[in-house]
Design a binder for this molecule. Sequence first.
Ligand SMILES: C[S@@+](CC[C@H](N)C(=O)[O-])C[C@H]1O[C@@H](n2cnc3c(N)ncnc32)[C@H](O)[C@@H]1O
Length: 283
Amino acid sequence: MEPAQKERTPFADIDGLPASMSAMVLDALTEMGRHPEIRRVRRVAFEALCPQPGQRLLDAGSGAGEVARQLAGEVARQPAGETQPTGGVVALDHSASITAAAVSRHDGSDVRYVTGDVCAMDLPSDSFDGVWCERVLQHVDSAEGAIAELIRVTRPGGRICLIDTDWSSLAFDGMPSGLGEVVMAHVRGNFTPKQHDMGRTLRRRLVANGLTGITATPVTCLFTSPESAAVVLPMVNPRVPEESWATPPGLRDEWLACVDAAGASGTFLAVLTIWVVAGTVPG
Ligand SMILES: C[S@@+](CC[C@H](N)C(=O)[O-])C[C@H]1O[C@@H](n2cnc3c(N)ncnc32)[C@H](O)[C@@H]1O
């Protein structure tokens, strides 16, 4: 019988990981932020959120703070008719160690880094013009609770932009199809994120909460080498340890050998859809 889905994901409790694993998670977040496909996803999300000079924004689950600092650059420009820039960004993350890493990378922009739980934030209601929440909801106990909190802290007329993965969309080519099926069954049934199809559910969640002007954009990320894929897909990353949740028990080495062979022959291919869904909080 397949083991049950683990209760907590590495990203749900980074501070609870052994030091070597939390360092690996920080490196992974940094590398992901540099990956061209993740940058493409973020360009779509910037268009959907459309940050404006003078706005107050929240990056909920901000990781190493890279996006928060980019958003701060957008809102810091002086709004027309104002003499002082009024915008700024709050970067909130559950993990104290990730927040410390984000602070150590601070570039002087108007970002305030705080630790907190997106499901119960110590932030006033109606205090933000916009919210960014990237690849966080798949890891939380209650996506409904988190979205309710994001709506609470956003002023009427403000915009919420959710970005999340649909792990069920993951597909490979170039590897033996039987082995690929076992890996995919593992992803569908036992992969750690609580909601591996979170991305595709985001639109319905915003509809259910009465948001208006909803846009939903699926961005299908393409990986044509194992090295490129390993940045985003833990199940092809040889640095992710065997005892982790990424690959089916006992099949990791055989699977990674096939991944390597497909890479060497130039036939490796993987695709994964990440959704960008935004909506306006009703007045
Ligand atoms: C996959 S990372 C994404 C980080 C960042 N948004 C990015 O795109 O680089 C998930 C982040 O969500 C944070 N996180 C997980 N559960 C959280 C919660 N309940 N409240 C706030 N942050 C949370 C983790 O600490 C981690 O930094």
